[in-house]
Design a protein around this ligand. Structure first.
Ligand SMILES: [Zn+2]
Length: 163
């Protein structure tokens, strides 16, 4: 796993089929997300070169490139916003966006995705378009309250008990 600013992401290695214009589009989109979180605690972009070339079916999802904005993580509670380019279980390239919160159910599920979006990249849906759509969703989420209980209430999940 490598970490850094989006300018450090080796887009030509991760996504060889992209045209220069498509790489510019990815950079512009990443810039809108970076700008939205400029006043917050920074979380770098992360990427895994070995996952980029993998296109076979497998167990689980592999993160190729992603941003994990941890808004809140203390006393066992957690609120995370994720924007990731992944290899799916079927080996497809896809963009995943998700809001993830800590679970306070009686049965411990560890965490819940309270909202999530997956856009599979195809001939019709190119990676820059999927990435932009995922980023736009993430920007809408980031504009909402950064309070894990707000998101749990929205999803019908129990709030964190007051101790
Ligand atoms: Zn739960």
């Amino acid at each position: 796993m490598m970490r850094g600013a989006f300018d450090d992401v080796p887009l030509t290695v991760l996504f060889p089929p992209l045209t220069p214009a498509e790489r510019d589009s990815l950079r512009r989109t990443a810039g809108t997300v970076d700008t939205a979180r400029a006043d917050r605690r920074t979380a770098d972009w992360e990427w895994v070169l070995e996952h980029a070339a993998f296109s076979g079916a497998r167990m689980g999802t592999l993160v190729v490139l992603g941003l994990d904005v941890i808004e809140h993580a203390e006393d066992g509670d957690q609120l995370e916003f994720l924007l990731q380019v992944v290899r799916t279980e079927l080996g497809q390239l896809a963009v995943d966006a998700a809001v993830n919160v800590a679970c306070w159910c009686e049965t411990d599920h560890a965490t819940h995705d309270v909202d999530a979006l997956r856009l599979v990249v195809s001939e019709e849906t190119r990676l820059p378009d999927a990435f932009r759509a995922g980023a736009e969703r993430m920007l809408r989420w980031l504009a909402r309250p950064h309070d894990a209980d707000h998101w749990r209430a929205k999803a019908g999940l129990p709030a964190r008990p007051i101790s």
